[in-house]
Design a protein around this ligand. Structure first.
Ligand code: CDP
Ligand code: CDP
Length: 218
């Protein structure tokens, strides 16, 4: 049987992983899974249950997660950013969520974005991309996503606040013992600082075509 085309996209917060993954999936006719939403859904459940995600095991919350839970519209708020990162450091939570992620793409392929897709979830992915940008560029993008008030007088100060939060979360994600944020050895890096989302998509498509072409002829 032909091996399913799996594309793993990892990188720090607000680098543009989701934007790229969604567009790449549409261009290639593959399903897309934003794996960060799994950890966000678990973090959300901890908050709703009044449990501290820094100290309380989140196994029960993780076990109950279904793909339909990822549709909730209250997952992309700052308190959930933090809660998601805290539950994501729990080994048991990660172990519970592995099958959902693998089953999503194992038969028909797919595009998944997160922190450990190329290192842990799909170490044999056909293509691995590590998408990065400077903290400043990422903070500006996230600010514009959340509150696109380009005229706000306190814009610079607010972006600096977002930058500090992103940096704290990246540091936590990169320094945790289980499945830390890092590029797989065979990942292709895309530094998106000076690139538009269109340019990033073009570059990713070029890498995918090259890799799948190599596989056909190799
Ligand atoms: O969208 P953003 O990059 O800000 O975050 P996200 O991808 O939604 O991920 C939220 C949090 O979930 C991250 O800070 C990580 O702690 C965790 N996460 C993870 O540990 N592993 C993944 N594959 C995806 C997310
Ligand atoms: O998924 P992740 O947290 O890595 O990032 P995202 O949610 O895709 O957010 C990236 C934001 O930056 C979106 O508003 C994009 O339109 C914008 N952006 C991008 O994704 N890529 C660029 N090269 C430039 C901007």
């Amino acid at each position: 049987m032909k091996k399913a085309l799996v594309i793993a996209i990892d990188g720090p917060a607000a680098a543009g992983k989701g934007t790229l993954a969604r567009r790449l999936a549409a261009a290639l006719g593959l399903p897309y899974l934003d794996t960060g939403l799994l950890y966000r859904a678990v973090g959300r459940r901890m908050i709703d249950a009044g449990l501290d995600p820094a100290t309380h095991p989140a196994d029960d919350q993780a076990r109950g997660i279904r793909l339909a839970d990822l549709e909730r519209d209250d997952l992309r708020v700052p308190e959930v950013d933090r809660a998601a990162s805290l539950v994501a450091a729990q080994q048991a939570v990660r172990a519970i969520l592995v099958d959902t992620q693998r089953n999503f793409a194992i038969a028909g392929g797919g595009v998944l974005d997160g922190r450990d897709i190329g290192t842990v979830i799909f170490p044999d992915a056909t293509v691995k991309l590590f998408v990065t940008a400077s903290t400043q560029a990422r903070a500006r993008r996230r600010w514009e996503q959340m509150a696109p008030d380009l005229e706000a007088p306190d814009r610079a100060a607010r972006i600096a606040e977002v930058a500090a939060q992103l940096q704290a979360r990246d540091d936590a994600d990169a320094s945790r013992a289980v499945a830390p944020l890092r590029a797989a050895d065979d990942a292709v890096w895309i530094d998106t600082d000076d690139m538009t989302a269109d340019e990033v998509l073009d570059e990713a498509l070029r890498i995918v075509r090259q890799r799948t072409g190599d596989l056909k002829t190799g």
